[in-house]
Structure formats: structure tokens, C-alpha cells
Design a protein around this ligand. Structure first.
Ligand code: AHG
Ligand code: MN
Ligand code: MN
Length: 346
């Protein structure tokens, strides 16, 4: 009698939710305690709640400015504040979280130390691209999870760690559908919110960033302020069959880059000579996602994930995308001029 033939682990018609998938992944980590899925399930709950607010923004009149400026001097949108409160309320009661650090708050919220069970630090941008809200363009939430490591020099809080120490990172894109993209260091998986059952369902596992895509994403309004090698790179793109795509929400621009390939760039500009995007809760989580999908993420010539942070809200320049596309820009930054790109096949 032939032995039973077991189906492969993920057959085409499996229905895996975010929770079941994370629990399955946790079982791959010896000694995992299920604490991880607890945090991700809180982020999933916050995401569904924020998605609902974003979708109903015009109806509930929560669009527009909050009337305050945040610590970065940027005008806060009402939904920035609402999203921040939703995340704080969803994660605040998770007993294994030590620190909650938000783009919207000057100081991190210290919930409990390690002795009281605080094992993880969660850093987040509650609403990314919020200036696009009023015009119904995709916005998102970005999160980064670090272990609560005791640091030797006491004055350095234990959430200021370089990006390579992230244990998980991801984003939710509130777009034509609500997409949850996450990595726990074992590849990048994508879920879509099925509104009819209220669950994020798995739609793609182990995403790999495509190479050979001639799409560059940069705010060319600042062209004259870009350092000269970036200007030479853009002239190369203009004569090499590239398309320009720039949404102005990092989550939307990075998601397109992850799925279609290409390159996303936020270089030094006159308003932000050190770059505009924040290292700890924008650049680092996105860098982990892109590297886990086989791409490259740099700040200038340095690998973003190696930057040793000194401040929760420090900014950095960003270059991320498929290796072949980042290599072309890297050549220009190194003072070289790559050969003209081969003609785009008709
Ligand atoms: P946030 O809304 O969280 O402040 O982030 C906005 C960021 C990022 O989403 C986007 O890539 C960038 O700002 C766009 O900046 P410019 O408008 O200067 O191009
Ligand atoms: Mn942002
Ligand atoms: Mn934001």
C-alpha cells in the first residue's frame, strides 16, 4: 500500500490569516514564545481601525490640519493625531512592550522595563504621506520592532539601535486595497485586508524585488539643490528609457518599488541637507523590507541598516530599490559614468 502523499505546506487554496501565518513562522524559531504574534496582532488591529478612519475621513470630517505643528515643525493632519492615538491604545496594553516611540511624539513612551517583561520596542510612523489625505492618495503606517536590549552606556536608551538589529519591520498601505507587508527576517510576505471577514489574508510569500525595471522615484522639484552626481544620474535616466513615478507618500512609492522594481531616492536637498526621511521609523523598516526582498538600501554610500543612531527623530537620505538600479546611481555617486543603457526592447 502506497504511503499517503501529504500536500505541500502552502497549497494554492490555503487561507492563511496574518495571525496564523505569524504563528506558523514563530514555530520555525526554536524557543519562540508567541509574544511576537501578540504585537503583530495589535498592529493588525490598529491598522484595521486606521483604515476605517482613512476610508471615512471625508464623511467624518477628520481630514485637514489638526491646527498644531509636530515636533518636526510640520503641520499635523487631524488623522496623524488620530492614527497615533489608535496605535498607542492598541499596543499600550501588550505586556511585552517596553517602549512605544512615535514620529508624532518628541519623547518615547516608556511602558515597562525588562524586569517587568518589557521585551520589545515598537517604533512607528502612524500616518505616512498624510499631506496626501485630502486628495485620496495612498497613505500608510510604518513600523519597526527591536528587542529591548540593555545598553552598556546607560544614557543611550535601548530603542536607539542600528537597523540591522530589527527583529521585524513592515508597513500598511491604505490604498485601493489595504495591504499589510511584513518581514520577521525570513523574507517578505504580503497580506490584503478582506473587509468581508475583517482579516488580513496572505496573498504573496517571499516577495522578491524585480530587477531591470526602469522606474525612478524622486521629487525632481528639488533638482537644482541635488548634489551634482544625482543631477548627472537623472540626465542619464532622461535619455535611457526610464519612467518617473513619484507619489509623495513613502509607503506608496516604496510599495510600488518592491512590487514592480526600480529605485526610490530621497537625496540631500536645501531644506534637508541630511535628507528628510526619518531613520528609525521610515528608512530602517523600509530598508529591512527591501533587503529581505533581495534589494539594496543605502544612505549615501553607507548601508542604511548599519547607521548607529543618536536620536529617535534623526533624518537620513534614502536610496533603495533593486540592486541593478541602485548600482547605476552608485556609479554616478562614485564619480563614474556608466555606459548608456541598452535600448528598451520594443
Ligand atoms: P509623513 O507624512 O509621515 O511626514 O511623511 C512624508 C514623507 C514621505 O511619506 C514622503 O516620501 C516624503 O515625505 C515626501 O517629501 P516631499 O514632499 O519633500 O517630496
Ligand atoms: Mn512618514
Ligand atoms: Mn507621518
Amino acid at each position: 500500500m502506497t504511503p499517503p502523499q501529504f500536500e505541500p505546506r502552502y497549497t494554492r487554496d490555503n487561507l492563511a490569516s496574518l495571525q496564523s501565518h505569524i504563528l506558523a513562522e514563530e514555530r520555525r524559531h526554536p524557543g519562540a514564545t508567541g509574544e511576537f504574534s501578540w504585537i503583530l496582532s495589535a498592529i493588525s488591529l490598529a491598522a484595521k481601525t486606521i483604515a476605517n478612519k482613512v476610508r471615512r475621513a471625508r464623511i467624518e470630517d477628520v481630514l485637514g490640519e489638526h491646527g498644531d505643528h509636530n515636533l518636526h515643525g510640520e503641520r499635523q493632519q487631524k488623522l496623524d493625531v488620530i492614527a497615533n492615538e489608535i496605535i498607542m491604545r492598541c499596543l499600550g496594553d501588550r505586556a511585552n512592550i517596553a517602549v512605544l516611540a512615535s514620529e508624532e511624539d518628541e519623547q518615547p513612551v516608556l511602558l515597562r522595563d525588562r524586569a517587568e517583561g518589557g521585551r520589545y520596542c515598537v517604533l512607528f510612523d502612524p500616518l505616512d504621506g498624510s499631506s496626501n489625505l485630502d486628495v485620496c492618495v495612498g497613505v500608510g503606517t510604518i513600523f519597526s520592532i527591536l528587542r529591548n536590549e540593555r545598553r552598556a552606556p546607560r544614557e543611550v536608551p535601548h530603542h536607539l539601535q542600528p537597523g540591522f538589529r530589527q527583529v521585524a519591520a513592515g508597513y500598511i498601505l491604505y490604498g485601493s486595497s489595504v495591504v499589510f507587508v511584513v518581514t520577521t527576517g525570513n523574507g517578505v510576505d504580503m497580506f490584503v485586508l478582506d473587509q468581508s471577514i475583517g482579516s488580513f489574508v496572505l496573498v504573496q510569500r517571499r516577495i522578491r524585488i524585480p530587477s531591470g525595471t526602469r522606474i525612478y522615484s524622486i521629487n525632481e522639484a528639488y533638482l537644482d539643490a541635488f548634489p551634482e552626481p544625482y543631477q548627472r544620474y537623472l540626465r542619464y535616466c532622461h535619455t535611457s528609457g526610464y519612467s518617473s513615478r513619484y507619489i509623495g507618500s513613502m509607503v506608496a512609492d516604496v510599495h510600488r518599488t518592491l512590487i514592480k522594481g526600480g529605485i526610490f531616492i530621497y537625496p540631500p536637498t536645501r531644506p534637508h541637507p541630511g535628507g528628510k526621511l526619518r531613520l528609525m521609523y521610515e528608512a530602517n523598516p523600509m530598508a529591512m523590507i527591501i533587503e529581505q526582498a533581495g534589494g539594496v538600501a543605502l544612505s549615501g554610500s553607507e548601508r542604511t541598516l548599519l547607521i548607529r543612531p543618536f536620536d529617535l527623530h534623526q533624518r537620513t537620505t534614502v536610496i533603495l530599490g533593486s540592486e541593478d538600479q541602485v548600482d547605476i546611481l552608485r556609479a554616478f555617486l562614485a564619480g563614474e559614468t556608466p555606459p548608456p543603457a541598452p535600448a528598451v526592447p520594443a
